[in-house]
Design a protein around this ligand. Structure first.
Ligand SMILES: [Fe+2]
Ligand SMILES: [Fe+2]
Length: 220
């Protein structure tokens, strides 16, 4: 946590990691506990194309979900994303190992993908456990959540970087023309997992965490 909080004093360093939300403006947003929508829109205007892509899929979804209370949102996130990721990643790792073993000599073999997914799995599991044991209970009871939220936002950025590396290793999830069924299933599964994880993080960053900060400001 200390690493993040000190990192927040260096906004240039945060931007270096490609974090979409953390900019000098959004740091002000966290401090001032303002509503996010207008600021998020302003941030989007200045985003690079790759960053825009990270934020597009959830727009309609987020608008619907923003009607829910923080407690309802948390229940939705646990069922729709945390539980699903725990099913997705072990199977994707298994498929990646198989593809790497069988197609070792293929020029487009995604070498190192299984190990990379193992690391992502461990990081994501650790992150979700922190949300489940510390942050979400705190939000549900209306306690102070600003510190853990800052840490979670930073870890989301690390997950984005891990997803970017998946795209590099898989050549943007484009299976070769002669790919077997397992290889195609792996890339289809990774595509679905990536979309889920991006939506999951966006829902937390832009809706749940914003609601929690507003709630904290009202009661603090
Ligand atoms: Fe989460
Ligand atoms: Fe998260």
């Amino acid at each position: 946590m200390g690493r993040l909080l000190s990192a927040h004093n260096d906004t240039t360093g945060i931007r270096h990691h490609g974090l979409v939300i953390i900019t000098p403006t959004s740091l002000g947003r966290i401090d001032l506990n303002q509503r996010s929508s207008s600021q998020i829109n302003r941030l989007k205007i200045g985003m690079q194309p790759a960053m825009k892509e990270r934020h597009l899929p959830l727009q309609e979804h987020a608008m619907t979900l923003s009607e829910r209370s923080p407690s309802e949102l948390i229940d939705h996130i646990l069922a729709r994303y945390h539980a699903i990721h725990r099913q997705q990643l072990p199977e994707l790792i298994r498929l990646a190992r198989r593809v790497e073993q069988v197609h070792d000599t293929h020029v487009q073999c995604p070498r190192g993908l299984a190990d990379h997914l193992e690391e992502l799995h461990q990081a994501l599991e650790s992150h979700m456990q922190k949300e489940e044991s510390v942050l979400f209970p705190r939000i549900k009871r209306g306690g102070t959540a600003r510190g853990p939220i800052a840490v979670m936002r930073f870890e989301h950025d690390e997950h984005h970087e891990a997803l970017d590396q998946v795209m590099v290793l898989t050549r943007d999830l484009q299976a070769p023309a002669d790919a077997c069924t397992t290889w195609r299933a792996l890339y289809d599964g990774l595509r679905e997992f990536r979309e889920d994880l991006v939506q999951h993080m966006q829902l937390e960053n832009d809706v749940l965490f914003e609601q929690a900060l507003v709630q904290e400001a009202r009661h603090g």
